[in-house]
Design a protein around this ligand. Structure first.
Ligand SMILES: O=P(O)(O)OC[C@H]1O[C@H](OP(=O)(O)OP(=O)(O)O)[C@H](O)[C@@H]1O
Ligand SMILES: Nc1ncnc2[nH]cnc12
Length: 178
């Protein structure tokens, strides 16, 4: 089975969760399958190519699970981008809307050094609000986002085109468009 089919086979739809009308993409079976999980982590790390990455930023909570092993594999540090109120030191904060609500993300002000090359990783690109907030947080630190990589994009929400308009020089990659 190729990577695409393997990943698709390990993601399940949960209708009407967390609220009516949303089809939730549950990656639990993928994470529980050693072959699928390691193939995905290796593929994320492979997207860096020869380019140097200093930090991999993972977005709470499912982004943490994917980004931390990618950081290890890519020889980079890991930075958690957290939901509001979880980080103990001074933070930058950005509020955003998502498919089923709104939220605020934070990052420690000293998490990135100016000029750090940062790869942002998450599981799902839906409306794009989460990714846009994260790009803003990294930039406020004086660091450079060199790419955004997600496992899957919910194509019907059109986030990739919106983000490409807002960040024309930023590569935004997904393994699956659903
Ligand atoms: O593109 P958007 O519309 O912004 O949505 C995408 C975000 O939504 C989900 O996270 P969620 O906030 O549900 O958090 P979780 O990982 O803690 O479940 C998902 O993991 C992405 O981070
Ligand atoms: N439909 C969905 N499934 C899983 N995560 C999501 N984040 C935003 N929309 C989502």
């Amino acid at each position: 089975m190729d990577l695409h089919d393997l990943l698709v086979s390990r993601i399940r739809d949960v209708p009407d969760w967390p609220k009516a009308g949303v089809v939730f993409k549950d990656i639990s079976p993928l994470l529980a399958d050693h072959d699928a999980f390691t193939a995905l982590v290796d593929a994320f790390a492979g997207q860096c190519g020869e380019a140097r990455v200093d930090k991999v930023a993972g977005i709470e909570a499912r982004g943490f699970i994917l980004a931390a092993p990618v950081a290890y594999r890519a020889g980079a540090g890991f930075v958690p981008v957290r939901k509001q109120g979880k980080l103990p030191r001074a933070t930058f904060a950005e509020s955003y809307d998502l498919e089923y609500g709104s939220a605020t993300l934070e990052v420690h002000q000293d998490a990135f050094a100016p000029g750090d090359r940062v790869l942002v990783i998450d599981d799902v690109l839906a409306t794009g609000g989460t990714v846009a907030a994260t790009v803003e947080l990294v930039r406020r630190s004086g660091a450079d986002v060199v790419g955004v990589s997600v496992l899957m994009e919910l194509g019907f929400l059109g986030a990739a085109a919106k983000l490409a308009g807002r960040y024309p020089d930023l590569p935004i990659r997904s393994f699956l468009t659903i």
